[in-house]
Design a protein around this ligand. Structure first.
Ligand code: MEV
Length: 437
């Protein structure tokens, strides 16, 4: 297989795929065994995992942990997180407990409207579209009724359909914009089905006037938008300066609060810092999304598009100080679900939702946002006090020791030795090598 175009890979059995791909490795037999060792032992579970995707040869493991004590509007959640980066769960847990003991997070705003578009070009008199729009709209919505019936029964469905002249992007370009409520599902498939149905409806309507045949209308594409600016949540938390002590370290609480506010201000104004600041939020957000079987790539795309909505990339969270009180706040788009997709197919995603008390989509949005804000606050407090490396490297020490194959007693002595020492890969390697010589 090395360096060659492989034909028919998808047709091979799992074993044949593993065997072929293992031949690309230095020790093919060991590689094949390793791939096999990460397959779920129970055949039915293995099949379930492997059939979630295509061309699968094994399962890729990611640590699955809990951030306990996330309090939202008075209710406590112990939140499952799936993430490989050390210190993210510890930091989020630390901040979540801190805020839980100070009243927790509050949901300030929530909206769940989703958007999708049908893009098309219109080569003749634009007045035809505007003049007939009411009629076209009625015709299209009527056609959609069958597709949306069960969503309507669940409390959702179409909220609005509009025609938008997009000729400032491209000559002759228009789009239909569909607004929907998909209740507890992320609804990606549902939205795309509705959009394709709308496109077929446009074709049918315009065929009646020969616009299609005469090539005066050209459908380009129909797809949901991941810029979910109308599907956002705002959570916030506040406490008095005096209550900040556990995070202020050696700093007086006033100076700590001021530095936190400055850090948020920098992330608002400087896109270089904003990207890293938002990455810290997404550490928590993505980990909960992955653990609950949600599409974290969609959430990432939405978050960064939203962060740029004013034309400059900005921080998603903010901070204000008033009357010796610090308030932190996060507004983030989260088009997520608790039914559909893999939320009920992936055994651990299903379990995560059960651990959370089977929340609805709005509740899950709040949980995800609260963990994102916890991660963000934890990162900022480290940055303005001890620096990020101190805590991070302490938790990363275990990874370094694992990569150096340190045995149990070697680990223990290294952990003791580095309690007060600066940790770096080289320093740990030097220590481990010196002990084994
Ligand atoms: C590291 O994964 C995330 C941070 O860089 C976030 C931040 O700087 O705010 C620590």
């Amino acid at each position: 297989m090395k360096g060659k175009i492989i034909k028919g890979f998808s047709k091979l059995s799992g074993k044949e795929k593993r065997h072929g791909i293992a031949s690309l490795c230095k020790k093919p037999e060991a590689a094949e065994k390793e791939m096999e060792s990460y397959l779920a032992a129970d055949p039915a579970t293995r099949k379930k995992f492997l059939e979630l995707s295509e061309n699968t040869i094994s399962s890729f493991h990611v640590p699955y942990g809990i951030a306990p004590n996330v309090m939202i509007d008075g209710r406590i959640y112990h939140v499952p997180m799936a993430i490989e980066e050390s210190s993210v769960i510890a930091a989020a847990s630390h901040a979540a407990r801190f805020w839980a003991e100070r009243g927790g997070f509050r949901v300030k705003q929530i909206s769940t409207v989703k958007l999708g578009h049908v893009y098309f070009r219109w080569f003749t008199d634009p007045r035809f579209l505007s003049d007939h729009w009411d009629h076209i709209r009625f015709f299209l919505l009527d056609r959609l009724r069958k597709t949306t019936a069960s969503m309507v029964r669940r409390g959702g469905g179409v909220l609005e359909l509009r025609l938008i002249d997009s000729s400032e992007i491209m000559e002759n370009l228009y789009k239909l914009e569909l607004e929907l409520d998909t209740v507890n599902s992320m609804g990606a498939n549902f939205i795309n089905t509705c959009l394709e149905e709308l496109a077929e409806g446009m074709d049918a309507y315009l065929s009646m006037n020969n616009h299609v045949k005469e090539r005066r209308y050209q459908h380009i594409m129909s797809i949901l938008s991941n810029f979910t600016e109308k599907c956002t949540i705002t959570v916030e938390a506040s406490c008095s300066f005096n209550e900040l002590k556990p995070f202020a370290g050696k700093l007086p609480v006033e100076e700590f609060a001021e530095k936190i506010q400055l850090a948020y201000g920098i992330a608002k104004g400087d896109p270089y810092r904003a990207a890293t600041h938002n990455k810290g939020i997404m550490n928590g957000v993505d980990a909960v999304l992955l653990a609950t079987g949600n599409d974290y790539r969609a959430a990432e795309a939405a978050a960064h598009a939203y962060a740029s909505r004013e034309g400059v990339y900005q921080a998603l969270s903010s901070c204000r100080l008033k009357d010796r009180k610090l308030t932190i706040s996060l507004t983030i788009p989260l088009a997520i679900g608790t039914v559909g997709g893999i939320t009920n197919l992936h055994p651990l995603a299903r379990l995560s939702l059960e651990i959370l008390g089977n929340p609805n989509a709005r509740e899950l949005m709040a949980i995800v946002a609260a963990v994102g804000l916890s991660s963000n606050f934890a990162a900022l407090t480290s940055l303005v006090t001890t620096g990020i490396q101190k805590g991070h490297m302490r938790l990363h020490l275990s990874n370094i020791l694992n990569s150096l194959n340190a045995g149990t007693s070697g680990r223990r002595t290294a952990e003791e030795y580095f309690t007060e020492k600066k940790i770096s890969y080289d320093a740990v390697k030097h220590f481990v090598d010196a002990r084994s010589n």
